[in-house]
Design a protein around this ligand. Structure first.
Ligand code: AMP
Ligand code: FE
Ligand code: FE
Ligand code: ZN
Length: 290
């Protein structure tokens, strides 16, 4: 199985990078991408673990970038862009990651202060402790709400208090997607749009907007994702074929913060080959037993 989109506790997953790799290997994943939000902090520990495995295993290092697309009418549409195998030392992209993480801190604190003002018994210190130095996101605030007994699951928090439509919600200052595509490409990585039609999360890109991104250098579309309907997957697959870009499938695993399991959706071998063929920023990490 090839699973190209997963999270560790370097961002809003619950498994350490080491546990993520070990769980993937025991779940039968042969190629795993670690793609934490706006950070490469989990790469080293994941790589060390992958190298030590006694079974064939390949680690693809990547990041999921928080981006925004502004349409002709000036509407800002948030989206996630996966960047694979880019050079982590490339300066401009590195600065962008740091800014995105910094913004996550201020924005997380703002959501918490809105919740506190409404009488919910959580604190920013509690959320920081849950995030434990990882890129802060709403799932950490959801965990604090759960631990304080305000909700009975993180899902429940997302359905209401943490929803985009909630009065407590604060937007992130995301990176313009055209910049992100350019910076990932300059760092010799591969930009792939994550779950473009995850409609339950809010307004999504139109087909024309996706075409525009491909013209800007987008190289792939995440087609098989649990947040996509069957009809949307079919249409995205057609679009990817028409635009001649890579199609991926992945779990978007977040440990115990989401119910999805590793390898729940997968990428085909030919598409994976195309993806790694398009990258030259850094190498794949193979276990000795490859
Ligand atoms: P943020 O990045 O802070 O805006 O939070 C969005 C993150 O929350 C994304 O990574 C999603 O994968 C995650 N997310 C969305 N819905 C849920 C949910 N119901 N339970 C847990 N995590 C979720
Ligand atoms: Fe996430
Ligand atoms: Fe995402
Ligand atoms: Zn993700």
């Amino acid at each position: 199985m090839i699973d190209l989109h997963t999270h560790s506790n370097a961002s809003d997953g619950s498994d350490s990078p080491r546990d993520l790799v070990l769980s993937a290997a025991s779940a039968g994943v042969r190629v795993l991408a670690i793609t934490d939000h706006d950070t490469t902090a989990g790469w080293a520990a994941a790589a060390e673990t992958a190298l030590s495995l006694e079974q064939p295993f390949t680690l693809v290092r990547g990041t999921e970038f928080s981006c925004v697309y502004v349409d002709n009418a000036g509407h800002r549409i948030g989206l996630h862009l996966l960047g694979y195998l880019f050079d982590p030392e490339a300066g401009a992209l590195r600065t962008a990651r740091a800014e995105l993480r910094e913004n996550r801190l201020g924005r997380g604190a703002a959501i918490v202060s809105n919740l506190v003002a409404a009488g919910h018994p959580i604190t920013w210190a509690q959320v920081e402790a849950i995030a434990a130095g990882g890129a802060v996101g709403r799932p950490h605030i959801g965990q604090a709400l759960l631990e304080s007994g305000v909700v009975s699951s993180v899902d429940e928090a997302f359905a209401d208090l943490l929803a985009d439509s909630s009065p407590y919600y604060v937007k992130k200052q995301d990176m313009p997607v055209e910049n992100a595509i350019k910076l990932i490409t300059q760092a010799r990585g591969v930009p792939v749009i994550a779950h473009p039609w995850a409609r339950s999360r809010g307004v999504v890109l139109t087909e024309d907007a996706i075409r525009e991104l491909v013209e800007m250098g987008l190289l792939g579309i995440e087609v098989d994702h649990l947040d996509h309907t069957v009809a949307d997957r079919e249409r995205l697959a057609e679009l990817a074929t028409e635009l001649d870009v890579i199609q991926t499938g992945s779990s978007d695993y977040h440990g115990n913060r989401k119910s999805v399991r590793l390898g729940a959706q997968t990428t085909s071998e030919p598409m994976y080959r195309r993806l790694i063929g398009a990258a030259s920023g850094i190498e794949l990490i193979h276990s000795d037993r490859r």
